[in-house]
Design a protein around this ligand. Structure first.
Ligand code: ZN
Length: 161
């Protein structure tokens, strides 16, 4: 039975790897959002990742639309793609909670944090595998820092360094 358990764990990891590659190859919500209310740029000099995140908040402080543009490694692009997929429909508070949860999970400082039942982390868990590659964590968190920065209205680009 143990062999089966270990094997299914590998399958899950493969599934997550496939998910990341899929989002890296075909990023969702890629491109400029012309009617964005909030935007921020993120730069990860270590890897050369550079992206700009766009968010449109509606009157109820909900994220009505989100997109990103830029270039970077597969992990940074996949993370931004997953992020935009996930935050559309969330409130600002939920989006900021997601930032805290995802960056906490990735940096290992906050892995036990209970997830807000209203937030479906779903595919974002695919990024957990990045924890095994500490040098790539900044690639994965870049878009999330840009989201945090955009919502707080910061105009200077955020840098991971
Ligand atoms: Zn990168």
């Amino acid at each position: 039975m143990n062999a089966v358990d270990i094997h299914s764990g590998d399958d899950l990891r493969d599934l997550y790897r496939e998910l990341i590659l899929d989002h890296a190859r075909s990023p969702r919500h890629f491109g400029k959002l012309d009617d964005a209310t909030h935007t921020a740029e993120g730069i990860n000099p270590l890897c050369g990742d550079k992206l700009r995140l766009f968010v449109r908040l509606d009157a109820d402080e909900k994220i009505a639309a989100a997109s990103f543009e830029g270039s970077g490694c597969a992990i940074s692009v996949a993370s931004a793609s997953l992020l935009t997929d996930m935050i559309i429909g969330l409130t600002v508070t939920q989006a900021l909670d997601s930032f805290a949860i995802v960056t906490g999970r990735l940096t290992g400082s906050d892995t036990d944090r209970e997830l807000d039942a209203a937030i479906d982390l779903g595919k974002i868990k695919a990024l957990d595998g990045v924890r095994e590659f500490p040098s790539r964590v900044k690639c994965a968190t870049l878009a999330w820092h840009a989201l945090n920065s955009a919502i707080h209205g910061q105009s200077t680009p955020i840098s991971t360094e």
